[in-house]
Ligand binder design. Structure first.
Ligand SMILES: NC(=O)c1ccc[n+]([C@@H]2O[C@H](COP(=O)([O-])OP(=O)(O)OC[C@H]3O[C@@H](n4cnc5c(N)ncnc54)[C@H](O)[C@@H]3O)[C@@H](O)[C@H]2O)c1
Length: 253
């Protein structure tokens, strides 16, 4: 019997920040569902490694999402190699490298860097990819926000503020792009353990996080990939401008 094609067969996806962590897991899953995937990351070597893990359906593309010219060149490269862009996962962010500190101690350069990557980044990538989606009459933008916004997590105000901005961006973009057949949704992951160690989550903090959840275990990337694939695929055709909170039941929308 012939193999059933994946639900993303024929689609082209860009996953930013896919050189490690959640983006890497999203890129793997979208490829498993049949999409060709651009692994777009500032860390070119990491992007190449992940594209190599995925195989022929993947292309490593170096990009700084905060830089307009770099984003334009990334989109051109993907369009040249794959013929278009159907799915954009705005995942790249300044995140695992952040140190937690009281808000008075956050310097302006650090604040500006977080805003440039986490807010300007999804704006630039969406703006560069939508002409291709409009031309195709179809598109999916999945913005990775954070459940930290719902919990008002303290001691990284720049990060939480940037992820709240992504929710506003998701809603307004959904309204602007709906008539063109492009949906825009946000995923709000809870604190998720990836292969990347983080100073922001000590063993004690991890235990406190689990204690607050309804589901009593640490969240892992596999808890999120199906939701991203759903929002990237045909089953979510009539859903746009929404926030999907995946945090084991720590906060309720
Ligand atoms: N892991 C969690 O607990 C968690 C929870 C909520 C939300 N999130 C969000 O999920 C996403 C992925 O998280 P993660 O844990 O994999 O983070 P991570 O820090 O491990 O990975 C971020 C990736 O983005 C890339 N990147 C950083 N700046 C970039 C730039 N300017 N241009 C292009 N690429 C850039 C990095 O090279 C890296 O590969 C982020 O948006 C993060 O805010 C993560």
């Amino acid at each position: 019997m012939a193999e059933t094609p994946g639900r993303l067969a024929g689609r082209v996806a860009v996953v930013t920040g896919a050189g490690q962590g959640l983006g890497r897991a999203f890129a793997h899953r979208l490829a498993q569902e049949g999409a060709r995937v651009a692994v777009a990351d500032r860390n070119a070597e990491a992007a190449r490694t992940v594209a190599g893990e995925i195989g022929v359906a993947a292309l490593a593309v170096p990009v700084d999402v905060a830089d307009e010219a770099s984003v334009a060149s990334m989109v051109d490269t993907v369009a040249g190699a794959f013929g278009g862009i159907d799915i954009l996962v705005n995942n790249a962010a300044v995140f695992s490298t952040l140190e937690m500190r009281p808000f008075e101690e956050i310097g302006v350069p650090e604040w500006d860097l977080v805003m440039a990557v986490n807010v300007r980044g999804p704006f630039l990538c969406s703006r560069a990819a939508t002409p291709l989606m409009r031309r195709a009459g179809h598109g999916r933008i999945v913005n990775i926000s954070s459940a930290a916004v719902l919990l008002g997590r303290p001691r990284y105000l720049h990060y939480v503020t940037s992820k709240a901005a992504v929710i506003g961006m998701t809603r307004s973009l959904a309204t602007e792009l709906g008539p063109d057949g492009i949906t825009v949704n946000a995923v709000l992951p809870g604190s998720t353990e990836t292969e990347v160690p983080r100073a922001t989550v000590t063993a004690e903090q991890a235990a406190r996080i689990v204690d607050r959840q309804a589901v009593k275990r640490r969240q892992v990337p596999a808890d999120l990939v199906g939701v991203v694939a759903f929002l990237a695929g045909p089953d979510s055709d009539f859903m746009t401008g929404q926030c999907v909170n995946v945090d084991g039941g720590a906060a309720f929308l």
